[in-house]
Write a protein that binds this ligand. Structure first.
Ligand SMILES: *Cc1c(COP(=O)(O)O)cnc(C)c1O
Length: 424
C-alpha cells in the first residue's frame, strides 16, 4: 500500500510540469524592446514625441477599472504611501488595518508617521469586517485600509456604511484583487483611493510596480506630485525633446515613478488579464466540484454582492479536525509533496510576524511608543488565528493549467486527509 509522498511513498502526480507564471510571448518581447530602443527609460527624460508608457498604462488601467484617474508608481507599497499622503494623513493620526495581510499596508502607515491600528478579520474570508472597523474607530482615526484578500472581497457595503458614518476615509488595497467586482463595479473604486501592486506574483505582473486610482481630481493632482518629486504632467503635451513632467510644487513629493521598461511589460500584460481570469475560474469550477464531493472542504466564500472575484492565491478551507491534530503547515507540505507544487497556510497574522518589528527603525520610535504599541496591537485576533488554522493556499498559476491538474489537486487533498494519521 502506497503511503504519503511526504514520508517517501509514491506521489499522486507523475512528474509533469504545472503552468508557469509570469506568462509572456513574442509580443511582450516586442513591447519591451520598443521601450528599450526608445531610450525613454524614465518618465523624467525627454520625450520622443509620444506620451510616456507609464502614462499610457495609467490611462489603460483607469479604463479597465472604469475610473477617472490613475497614477502609475514603482511598487504597491509606494501606492499605499502615496494614497495616505494624498489624504494628508500623518503624525497624530490613526489608520485601521487588518491583521491578516502582507506587511505593507501596516508599514505604509508608519512610513507616513501615523499609527496603524491592527484589527481582527473574518475567520471565513480573512478580510476585515465592518464591526472590527467600528470598534477600533476613535477621534484620531483618519482612514481604514481594507485588503481584499487572496481570492475574495471584503464586505464593501458594511464597510462603507461604517466609514461614511464615522467620517473616515476608505483606502482599498487591491494588490490581490485586480478586476474583482462588487455590485457591478471594480473594487478600488469604492473608497477615496484604490491601490494596486504589479509585483511579479500578482495577477497583473510587471516585475515591480503599482498604481493608485481615484475618481477625485484633487486627490489625483496630489497623488501625481507625491510620486514624482512634486512634478505633474504638463497641461499640453511637449514636442519631441521636451519634458512631459513640469515642476508644479503644490505638495512635497518623493520619487515613486514607474520605469518605462516596466510600463512596457504592463501594457502587454493588461489585455491578457480578462482571459486569464476566465481560465482560472474555469479551473476553479472543476476544483470546487471535486472538493465538494470530498466533503470537509470548500472554497473561501465570496460575498453575494461580489459578482466577480480575482484569484491571486486560491484558498481551500477545511473543517476543523479534518487532519486530526496535524498542524496546517505540515498538511500543506504533505499535499505539496503529492503534487510537486507549493501549498502553504496563510501568512502569520501580523502581530506574530517576524516581518513586523517597527522598533528596529529609529524613525518609527516616536510612533511606536509603549502606548502606541498597546493601542495598535493590544487586542486578540481569534478570527485571524482560526482562518490561518483552517486554510490551505496556493498560487493562482496552478489554475492556468487544465482539468487534469485540478483532478490531481483533489486526489492529493483526499489522500492526505485519508492518511493524515501517518503524519502524527
Ligand atoms: C503585494 C502586496 C502589497 C505590496 O505590493 P509591492 O508591490 O510588493 O510593494 C501590498 N498589499 C498587499 C495586500 C499585497 O498583497
Amino acid at each position: 500500500m502506497s503511503g504519503l509522498a511526504f514520508l517517501g511513498g509514491t506521489p499522486i502526480r507523475r512528474p509533469r510540469p504545472w503552468a508557469q507564471w509570469p506568462q509572456y510571448d513574442d509580443a511582450t518581447e516586442q513591447e519591451l524592446l520598443a521601450a528599450l530602443r526608445s531610450r525613454r527609460w524614465a518618465v523624467s527624460w525627454p520625450t520622443d514625441g509620444t506620451q510616456s508608457r507609464e502614462r499610457r498604462f495609467a490611462a489603460e488601467f483607469a479604463r479597465y477599472n472604469d475610473v477617472n484617474y490613475c497614477a502609475s508608481v514603482d511598487h504597491g507599497s509606494s501606492a499605499l504611501v502615496v494614497a495616505l499622503e494624498a489624504l494628508d494623513i500623518g503624525p497624530g493620526d490613526e489608520v485601521i488595518v487588518p491583521v491578516m495581510t502582507w506587511v505593507a499596508p501596516v508599514t505604509s502607515v508608519l512610513r507616513v508617521g501615523a499609527l496603524p491600528i491592527v484589527v481582527d478579520v473574518d475567520p471565513e474570508t480573512g478580510c476585515v469586517t465592518p464591526e472590527a472597523i467600528r470598534a477600533a474607530t476613535t477621534e484620531r482615526t483618519k482612514a481604514a485600509i481594507v485588503v481584499h484578500l487572496a481570492c475574495t472581497v471584503a464586505d464593501l457595503d458594511g464597510i462603507r456604511e461604517v466609514t461614511e458614518e464615522a467620517g473616515i476615509s476608505l483606502i482599498e488595497d487591491c494588490a490581490q484583487a485586480h478586476g474583482a467586482r462588487w455590485r457591478g463595479r471594480n473594487v478600488g473604486t469604492f473608497g477615496a483611493l484604490g491601490v494596486f501592486s504589479f509585483q511579479v506574483g500578482k495577477v497583473l505582473a510587471g516585475g515591480e510596480g503599482g498604481a493608485v486610482i481615484t475618481s477625485d481630481p484633487a486627490l489625483y493632482r496630489r497623488a501625481e506630485q507625491l510620486r514624482a518629486d512634486s512634478r505633474r504632467y504638463a497641461d499640453v503635451d511637449p514636442p519631441a525633446g521636451g519634458e512631459e513632467l513640469v515642476e508644479a510644487g503644490e505638495v512635497m513629493g518623493g520619487n515613486y515613478c514607474m520605469s518605462e521598461l516596466t510600463a512596457g511589460v504592463l501594457l502587454d500584460q493588461l489585455p491578457r488579464l480578462a482571459g486569464q481570469h476566465e481560465h482560472r475560474e474555469k479551473s476553479a469550477a472543476v476544483l470546487e466540484a471535486g472538493l465538494a464531493e470530498l466533503g470537509d472542504f470548500s472554497a473561501i466564500p465570496l460575498p453575494e454582492a461580489a459578482d466577480a472575484r480575482s484569484i491571486y492565491e486560491y484558498g481551500i478551507r477545511f473543517r476543523p479536525g479534518t487532519f486530526g491534530a496535524v498542524p496546517v503547515g505540515k498538511v500543506a507540505e504533505a499535499i505539496g509533496a503529492e503534487l510537486g507544487m507549493a501549498l502553504w497556510p496563510p501568512d502569520l497574522p501580523l502581530h506574530r510576524s517576524v516581518m513586523f518589528h517597527p522598533h528596529t527603525k529609529r524613525r518609527f520610535a516616536s510612533v511606536w511608543t509603549e502606548e502606541g504599541r498597546q493601542r495598535s496591537l493590544g487586542r486578540e485576533y481569534p478570527g485571524a488565528e482560526q482562518y490561518r488554522e483552517t486554510t490551505l493556499i496556493f498560487h493562482h498559476k496552478a489554475l492556468l493549467g487544465d482539468a487534469s491538474d485540478m483532478a490531481d489537486i483533489v486526489a492529493a487533498v483526499e489522500k492526505v486527509r485519508d492518511h493524515h494519521e501517518e503524519l502524527r
